[in-house]
Design a protein around this ligand. Structure first.
Ligand code: SF4
Length: 247
């Protein structure tokens, strides 16, 4: 059932939403999304920071469930950074072929493995500055590893988070701006929770063609192009089996 519309958010003299009102709205959004997505959390399977790093590199432009199918056998064969360097490039390319962009991903995994061995004693570092120095690792991948493998508060902005945050009017400043904005809207302890709830909302409801008629935060969203068509209410496909970290 659609919820009753709330009074318009407080506005500044220029017609912009007051920062305090936006913070309250953002927190209301998170409360409601967390209720809708009690399964929020990492959808890539991993048992160590290194496995999560590899899985996240492989997950670019691919579905997490599909990556899990590949990594189940990959992680049984390759235990640590040295294993990815022992085999010929072509063999690793074959092993990750099904994830797409396999040449680029192979280069990134081998490059990061080399750096981990040369500069970090074979261990994944637990800080942003070191992580983003690794080949193929940007702020999104680093934030996922920090937040989910190390328990360090971090906001990861993928395409779903970027889309949902922009539609919700939380930021119009590009990916780095969105990360900064979300960090200012939520307390640190909720950064990982906010990331996953926005990801799941973007996958399930606020898809590229949003399913606004069934959206649980419809009344909190100022997006001017909300859908009204019932045809958009068809549920987005869910993973066949919910993937959880193998910890
Ligand atoms: S109302 Fe529509 S655009 Fe706004 S968050 Fe919900 S699904 Fe996305």
């Amino acid at each position: 059932m659609p919820r009753a519309r709330k009074p318009a958010a407080a506005r500044t003299a220029r017609g912009r939403e007051d920062p305090a009102a936006r913070r309250l709205r953002a927190r209301a959004v998170l409360r409601r999304l967390a209720k809708e997505n009690p399964d929020w959390g990492p959808t890539l399977e991993f048992s160590s920071p290194f496995e999560l790093l590899v899985a996240t590199i492989l997950a670019a432009q691919a579905q997490d469930e599909h990556i899990n199918q590949v990594t189940r056998s990959l992680f049984a064969k390759y235990r640590g950074p040295a294993d990815y360097l022992k085999v010929p490039v072509e063999e690793l390319e074959r092993d990750v072929h099904a994830t797409g962009f396999f040449r680029m991903k192979t280069k990134a995994i081998r490059g990061a493995s080399e750096q981990l061995l040369a500069e970090f004693g074979g261990e994944v570092p637990g800080d942003m500055d070191s992580l983003v120095r690794l080949r193929g690792v940007g702020r999104k991948t680093a934030s996922i590893v920090l937040g989910n493998a190390f328990g360090v508060p971090a906001v990861a902005v993928d395409r779903h988070v970027a889309r949902v945050a922009t539609r919700l009017g939380f930021s119009r400043k590009g990916k780095d701006g969105i990360e900064e904005e979300l960090r200012s809207l939520y307390p640190k302890k909720n950064w990982v929770k906010a990331t996953w709830n926005l990801v799941l909302h973007g996958r399930r409801i606020c898809t590229p063609t949003p399913r606004c008629p069934v959206c649980p935060i419809n009344d909190l969203c100022p997006y001017p192009k909300k859908t009204k068509d019932a045809r958009t209410t068809r549920p987005a496909p869910r993973p066949r089996s919910p993937a959880r970290p193998r910890r």
